[in-house]
Design a protein around this ligand. Structure first.
Ligand SMILES: Cc1ncc(C[n+]2csc(CCOP(=O)(O)OP(=O)(O)O)c2C)c(N)n1
Ligand SMILES: [Mg+2]
Length: 566
């Protein structure tokens, strides 16, 4: 057993080829066993086992640094860098993160989670080393073929030849992202246009090596021996198989991208309820059937956001544009100028990438783009890089946009349908997980914001936070009035004159969020205000129930806010 003997990653530097092959086999077995049991990103990790062992054999982590793009494939690296036992707790509350994280380990040299940052980050590191006159240090960016489709990668490549930096890009070409990749780059990679791929990278000023078999330790070793002799920026193109060594994952790579949803055997908290993205996908097909102007865009998330079926039915009107949130939004804006009604579906956390496009291309021109913001609010195990904490706050200050937060499937339908005739930008945010009431009809029932005045305390909530408040009604010994608000912007005017205490609850950042804007719109109300939501800190990863409590707006937090004397 080699795996158990590794105390420090530099121990791997002394292993020979056969020992590295053995270590890889042990590592693969350990990852398969642990992650199938615990859940987590799966297939991508199996594809980089040999790469990881060889990288740690060839480079010296006391000097050299590695940036894993997206970072969902960093599990083997975590195991080999003193976190073997901790892998068993990966993504759990108080366990290690599912992504590289600077505060977790000295060997995590740069935190990732969102894609296409690795080339820029390692260029920054290499530039600093150059300024510090440290010519012997190597900086390595491991980038997937999916991550290479993201705009930041191109911006970095455009600068990479400046300054002769000591940087090595590893293109981990497994010919898939979560779903099959799209676009010209992917086509060249898939068609194995090796000469074209080589000349494309050389055109940016990179020395190109490859493609080689990324599961062949001997080939990897000799490629690195040669690469290390080359000064300046260079790229090693490796071909790998996502899910390598676990046949079901090799066969169904999308399904096995992340295993907690599919493989792990655990009772779902509400197995009969549909997921928000599935309800979204079904409503989208209904609306696209009824309204031919409806078009749809997803940046690289067709399965996860529920748009795949619409893409299959309407291949001319629904588009997967690859990891390109900025392009997705401006592409939608262009479509909208021509009378189309684009439904652009982007997770809250990834929409952060397209902030200027929302303002400059959509809102200023008051174009009817519908932002379908999935995974809004806390997302559990993926943690702070993926929590959808900020969308209400960052959209609230943009003129022309209306913002909605449905609490159930009917409201999601109402909001999506309204967006078709609104004639302006609409944002509809909904969370990860199951929908509490997952049926809808095409008879719109309008939410009236009626408050049945009978108590001194009023709880005002939006989105799924209103479901939390419904649960509180069943357990709180102190009576209170409650109202659910579906439309966050423009914020509604409520009659609050009866209340001495007003509590707002939202699954989003307090600063600039729903509660604060409600308070601002009711500046002459007499009651005291208390805002529950995500406080001014980054919430860690873990089970959402724990995280809601930690953030203070879980059922316990709402009950104690109601019962406190303030
Ligand atoms: C900015 C951004 N958009 C979307 C995602 C969601 N996402 C996570 S992994 C992934 C696919 C990455 O594909 P690739 O780089 O080829 O890695 P592989 O899983 O194939 O190893 C996507 C789209 C993300 N992490 N960041
Ligand atoms: Mg890939």
């Amino acid at each position: 057993m080699f795996l158990d003997k590794i105390q420090h990653p530099t121990d791997i530097q002394s292993l020979n080829a056969n020992e590295l092959i053995e270590l890889s086999a042990e590592l693969r077995e350990y990852i398969i066993e642990t992650i199938l049991h615990n859940g987590g990103h799966f297939a991508a990790n199996l594809g980089v086992i040999e790469l990881t062992t060889v990288l740690l054999n060839q480079f010296n982590l006391n000097l050299d640094q590695i940036v894993w793009d997206v970072g969902h494939q960093s599990y083997p690296y975590k195991v080999l860098t003193q976190r073997k036992e901790e892998l068993k707790s990966i993504r759990n509350f108080n366990g290690i993160s599912g992504f590289p994280k600077i505060e977790e380990s000295n060997f995590d040299h740069f935190g990732t989670g969102h894609s296409s940052t690795a080339i820029s980050a390692s260029m920054g590191m290499a530039q600093a080393a150059k300024i510090n006159n440290e010519p012997n240090r190597n900086f390595i960016a491991v980038v997937g073929d999916g991550a290479l489709t993201g705009g930041m990668s191109y911006e970095a490549l455009n600068n990479i030849a400046n300054g002769n930096l000591n940087i090595t890009i590893i293109l981990n070409d497994n010919q898939i992202g979560i779903d099959p990749n799209t676009g010209a780059l992917n086509q060249h990679l898939t068609n194995q246009d090796d000469a074209q791929v080589k000349s494309w990278f050389e055109w940016f000023g990179l020395k190109y090596t490859g493609p080689i078999d990324g599961h062949n330790v001997i080939d990897l070793l000799s490629a690195f021996e040669e690469l290390k002799k080359i000064q300046g920026p260079k790229i090693l193109h490796i071909k790998t198989i996502k899910g390598k060594g676990y046949l079901p994952a090799e066969k169904e790579q999308t399904k096995y991208h992340s295993t907690n949803k599919f493989v792990k055997i655990q009772p779902d908290d509400n197995p009969i309820s549909k997921k928000w993205q599935d309800v979204f996908g079904e409503i989208l097909i209904e609306l696209a059937t009824e309204y031919t102007q409806v078009v749809g865009i997803t940046p690289a998330m067709p399965s996860s956001c529920g748009m795949q079926k619409a893409m299959d039915i309407f291949p001319d009107r629904f588009f997967d544009v690859g990891i390109s949130e900025q392009h997705a939004v401006t592409f939608a804006a262009g479509l909208a100028t021509q009378g189309k009604i684009p439904f652009v579906n982007i997770y809250s956390t990834f929409l952060q990438r397209a902030y200027d496009q929302i303002i400059h291309d959509v809102a200023i021109q008051n174009l009817p783009v519908v932002f379908c913001i999935d995974r809004a609010g806390l997302v559990g195990e993926d943690g702070p890089t993926h929590h959808g904490a900020f969308d209400i706050s960052f959209l609230n200050c943009i003129p022309n946009i209306e913002i909605f937060a449905p609490k159930n499937a009917q409201e999601l339908y109402n909001n999506l349908k309204y967006a078709i005739s609104a004639g302006k930008p609409i944002a509809i945010r909904y969370p990860k997980g199951s929908v509490k009431n997952d049926s809808w009809s095409n008879q719109i029932t309008k939410t009236e914001n009626i408050i049945d005045i009978s108590n001194k305390t009023l709880v005002i909530s939006t989105g799924i936070a209103s479901n939390f408040v419904d649960a509180v009604k069943l357990v709180s010994s102190t009576p209170f009035d409650a109202v659910h608000i579906n439309q966050i912007k423009p914020i509604p005017q409520l009659n609050l004159s009866n209340y001495s205490k007003i509590i707002t609850v939202e699954d989003g950042s307090i600063i600039g969020g729903f509660g604060q804007s409600l308070k601002m719109a009711h500046s002459n109300s007499q009651g005291s205000w208390l805002h529950l939501g995500i406080p001014d800190k980054f919430i860690p990863h873990g089970n959402n129930e724990n995280l809601y409590d930690l953030a203070g707006y879980g059922i316990n937090g709402i009950v104690s806010a109601i019962e406190s004397n303030q």
